[in-house]
Design a protein around this ligand. Structure first.
Ligand code: PLP
Length: 383
């Protein structure tokens, strides 16, 4: 049986007519950049996330860069983030001229560990601390980082919080007072990606920034369009960070189905738990899930030291699987100038050697899941 890691064709087949006619309508108007379709999509996403403003942009990476620019972060500043994430998170910090400062992750959730953020800042000489301007927590695999302590540290030290919610649209976090908020609405800025393989994927590139502050919303829109305050009058140096109308109409249609698709992912995650328990597979650690809504952008198991051979075995059995991510960012060649040592972030390094994502997309069938679980089980019986 052949099971891909993700099957976008199935999703497309289910919405083809709707998407094609909406795209044709855009072609007929010949109005491609910004405009009413983008504005309508922005309003719908703001509602979906539960925040006041949403600003459509050209990609998730650009959402991060634009947020940092509007926050005034650049040369001489440093920004705390996780070493265990997609490259763009730290890449954006470097792109605006600032310095990425890595803080290790929590072993269970793979998200940045607030205790380690606090420990880093407390142990930081005054001179270094004075350069700290922001924290970028990432809601990895679709589960929110532990935001309550992160927000309180940020408040204490006057740091901006930019959430990297690229993998977490619709994920929820519960505060100790019982209130629940969605990914991207807790910090100052929330950055989303509509890269085709994300849970809400465009037919090309796209991204978005959420915020609750009217002044920030205004500045994000100005910077998105080369910093012009009115046509051809530039008070700031922004860039071309605009979202296409074509992507906006497609995303608007897909947004209607997002909860149904997310429920499918959540259902599949819970089926895995049952199936792995039935098969008595004790050699892997299943994803750790708090009671809050995890949207399972990825279903990531921890296979310990046998991860690479399990990966080979599954691929030989035509099961799609992938390592997110094989290299902790502090070990990337391009970041060698930061001067980190390999063992500076042991939890992140360990995760890069033990984690493995297996299929969890909503269209995945029960028999396919059983085949995956059987294959994992057989591997550990033989090895
Ligand atoms: C996908 C992703 C991004 C970048 O989004 P693009 O739209 O591909 O630029 C940033 N951060 C994380 C965590 C991501 O998963």
């Amino acid at each position: 049986m052949k099971v891909p890691l993700l099957d976008l064709q199935k999703q497309y087949n289910s919405i083809r007519d709707e998407v094609v006619s909406a795209a044709l309508e855009v072609f007929e108007t010949q109005y491609f950049i910004g405009g009413p379709n983008v504005e309508e999509f922005e309003r719908k996403i703001a509602d979906y996330c539960g925040c006041r403003y949403a600003v459509g942009v050209s990609s998730g990476s650009d959402a991060l860069i634009l947020s940092l620019m509007v926050a005034g972060i650049g040369q001489g500043d440093s920004v705390i983030t996780t070493p265990y994430t997609f490259f763009a998170t730290a890449g954006a910090i470097a792109r605006v001229g600032a310095k990425p400062v890595f803080v290790d992750i929590d072993e269970d959730t793979y998200n940045i560990d607030p205790n380690k953020i606090r420990a880093y800042i407390s142990g930081c000489p005054d001179e270094e601390r004075s350069h700290l301007k922001a924290i970028i927590p990432v809601h990895l695999y679709g589960q929110c980082a532990d935001m309550e302590p992160i927000l309180s540290i940020a408040k204490e030290y006057g740091l901006v919080v930019i959430e990297d919610a690229a993998q977490a649209i619709g994920a929820e976090y519960r505060f100790s007072d019982g209130s629940v908020k969605r990914a991207g609405t807790m910090g100052d800025y929330g950055c989303f990606s509509f890269y085709p393989t994300k849970n809400l994927g465009a037919f090309g590139e796209g991204g978005l920034i959420t915020c609750n502050d009217e002044a920030l919303n205004k500045m994000l829109r100005i910077y998105r369009n080369h910093g012009d305050v009115k046509r051809y009058y530039h008070d700031f140096i922004g860039g071309n960070f605009r979202l296409d109308a074509l992507q906006a109409v497609i995303l608007k249609i897909k947004l209607k189905y997002l909860d149904k698709w997310t429920d499918g992912r959540i259902y599949n995650a819970s089926s895995y738990k049952t199936l792995f328990e039935e098969k008595n597979v004790n050699d892997i650690r299943l994803p750790f899930q708090k009671e809050e809504r995890h949207i399972y952008h990825q279903y990531v198991i921890n296979a310990g030291e046998r991860r690479d051979s399990l990966k080979d075995y599954l691929q030989k059995n035509e099961i799609g699987c992938e390592v997110y991510y094989p290299v902790s960012l502090h070990e990337q060649k391009c970041f060698s100038y930061l001067g980190y040592k390999s063992d500076d972030f042991p939890v992140s390094v360990k995760a890069s050697k033990t984690s493995l994502a297996i299929p969890v997309y909503p269209e995945l069938k029960k028999v396919e899941q059983e085949y995956i679980v059987d294959s994992v089980s057989n591997f550990f019986k033989k090895n």
